[in-house]
Design a protein around this ligand. Sequence first.
Ligand code: GLV
Ligand code: MN
Ligand code: MN
Length: 427
Amino acid sequence: MGQSIPLDIEALGRRAASMIEALGAISSSPDHLTRLFLTPEHRRAADLVASWMRDAGLGVSEDALGTVRGHWWPAGEEAPRLLLGSHIDTVEDAGKYDGCMGVVLALLAVETIAKAGLKPAYGIDVLAFGDEEGSRFPTTLSASSAIAGVFQPSMLVAKDADGVSFEDAVRAYGKDPADIPSAAYDPNRVIAYVEAHIEQGPVLEVEDQPLGIVSAIAGASRLSVTVTGEAGHAGTVPMRLRHDALLGAAEMALAVEKIAKADRHGMVATVGRVHVDPGAVNVIPARVVFTIDLRSGSDSSRRDALTRFEREAHKIADHRGLGVVISAFHEVATVPCYRDLEVRLSNAVAELGHRAPVMPSGAGHDGQAVSKLCPVGMLFVRCKGGVSHNPAEYASPADMGLAAAALVRFIERFELPKTGSATGVST
Ligand code: GLV
Ligand code: MN
Ligand code: MN
């Protein structure tokens, strides 16, 4: 097993906590945390991360979608690279740990390794992506797609709630959309991508373990459903003569709930955004646009559910004399994590005296896009009460210190094979 770099796990945890507090203070609102892609808040968070990277002795660059890259290349620029990182965008009224924690832990691990004088035959890039949540545009994982070389130019025309296009937002951020293709890594030069992330669920807490290993990231579909009816006077149109778009939408929301509940692969469905027109107290709703986020560890049951929902929605619309149009704006398949990385991460955790349960991730992650580039592995950190996408989200400094230490052990033990695959990992 060789020597081990001495680790002060408590100090790593304390530093992680204070860096996460500093990032958590960068928000568009003084009273809650919201930091959307390509906004002034994103700029400030990216600058803070870049300054930490420089302080840690890393070279820093930024690509055309604002992904901050901290480079540690002890074997030179040409050597293959291990990618570590996560995202620095948030949902609205977010917790501080989702995403930021993975960037901070990666940075602390690489700094620890570099300071210890280790000279592996590969380099490390620490990445801070800006569009994992998909909270600003009806797109998601655009930054990680760009580094994987699978950015879809159709994303450029997507508009945010204020009507600003993705393309204009890239320009306003000081970047050129024409440079997006050059964000892509050469797959022959990348070994793997490893991300630490808060679990966002209750399993590790229930199992009384600080860290877990992700076996797969569940596939997801996001739909926009537009229901059209007829506006009318709330006081004069009898119930039987109405074409109320909101009541149709409500029935459709219940239909998708029923479909998810009947699934045997732990499917989850969420109607998270509803827009009602004209939205007046005394007018029958004429038009409703709502979103559905549907996830499952089984891609075939997710596809079946989408077909069933479409059928149900049309049935409901016909019955109520409404129109309905359904369009998918995000679709990502289930991504299995690499077995070899799972084993290496488990071994790293075991060296610290813990058993890491292996579990699927119901939440989406940048690794879904990066899996198009290279093998992906993920380390989960226990989440208080399983609460996430909520300001109450919390991971303890002790658990975060252990996670940083596990990344250090993972990197320390990682070796490129003398011959064979360029990636150095196998399924
Ligand atoms: C991102 O956090 C998602 O899973 O929606
Ligand atoms: Mn996240
Ligand atoms: Mn999230």
